[in-house]
Design a protein around this ligand. Sequence first.
Ligand code: TYD
Ligand code: MG
Length: 510
Amino acid sequence: MARSQPRFVCQQCAAVSPKWIGRCDSCGAWNSLVEELPREELPGGTSKSKLDRRAGRPLGFVGLTGSSLLPPRRQTGIAELDRVCGGGFVPGSAILVGGDPGIGKSTLLLQAAAAITPPITPGSGEPKGRPGTAAYITGEEAIDQVRLRAERLGVAGRPVLLAAASNVRDILASLDREDAPDLVVVDSIQTMYLDTLDSAPGTVSQVRAAAHELIRSAKRRGFVLVLVGHVTKEGVIAGPRVLEHMVDTVLYFEGERGHQFRILRAVKNRFGATDEIGVFEMSDRGLVEVPNPSALFLAGRPAAGPPAFSVATENEPVESNLGQISGSAVFAGMEGTRPVLVEVQALVAPAVLGTPRRAVVGWDGTRLAMITAVLDARCGLSVGANDIYLNIAGGLRIAEPAADLAVAAALVSALTETPVPTDAVVFGEIALSGEVRPVGHTETRLKEAAKLGFTEAWTPIRRGKRREAAIAAGFETAPIGHLRELVDRLAPERSPFGSVARQRRFGVAS
Ligand code: TYD
Ligand code: MG
């Protein structure tokens, strides 16, 4: 048989080109084309190969109710991980965990594998049901390295099945059987390869085919498959986007380099809510759960409520207003079903160069531009002409529009050097007109804030039940209907519309 035409596949978007080109026609990525053999032209004829199960048995359809063959969700006991997965791993599902190198993917998954396998302690009472079994297959590290880590994590005694392998055929031979473990971790999918394909491990075809075979095996045998995926410089999982479509759940493990906190975020979940987060802290004994992230994100900030002690010493200059710092506002946010309070920090400084600088960490730069524009156009401030630095403390990334008002409060506070009261939380969405729009979950946000000692809430105007609920929770609500009212409240002398806003505020509140 004549050698088939060469085929070049873009490693970013999986587009196929008959010849090598420097820039992919379809997605515009540079230098992303790699020669790969088309699957149907593979030597040996894959149609009869062991791995191709096109002649599989029909799907066992079941009703939405009725006795399911699948066991219930398997909880790892790591509550933060279970929550992100929607209440535990669903048997037979495939989970993709992505994240920067060194963020802690291997650590978390080794901990999870250990957590579902009970320690071997002879004589201890049998846990209910069959004890969980887990296999950890590493294609990146040597057995000894994983063992060393297990020892450091204090889980070396757990009966986790460990193997260093990267040939999918071998892995399937050991897993695709009746007594498959309940949890199989494959670290990482980019190192796995099918020997029926000619391309190198990590190429689009290999990643896709290897994931496909492993996922099919998981579905057939009912084990939970966790695939670790590398992340490219742009922050997406390396390999084809289709990988994210193939799996049931996509989790991203993120965190700022310098921070101890690691945030596990569900981006896609067929069995639960997305945007649910799990918060961990990296310690010398692995990842430790953080059940109350708000307290952690607000740590180091002057405490809410009247200051219990004076921060002034003879040598250090005293911060104005008893430890209150301008340019900081506490945002009462929601991450999935959980309220999370974070501090928004802003620094506004006169621009030295012609074009003002913008540096944003943990928040969307475009949204910041919008808020500065609204502050300038609708409130008569000149924020936009300055250098602006915005930071979400603790390394959390916020995507909620409800943070608009908190960002605006931090900006106005920084610009006018007036602190936002330390016992106030702020939330609300800002429209281009400068109106402050109500957001969801007001009660949940306020409850969390009350738990942490906050007593004042700067919120959008809400009449009726919600407002009463806030008052009942012991909150002094300060409704803000327009951004001007925020400026007026923080710095009345800077607000050209001050009197108007004041009138309006009293008009609504009464
Ligand atoms: P790792 O799980 O290997 O990251 P990934 O698989 O995502 O590449 O995590 C490695 C990092 O975690 C490394 O920087 C060291 C740190 N670490 C700790 O701080 N404490 C620990 O107990 C362990 C096991 C790792
Ligand atoms: Mg790793």
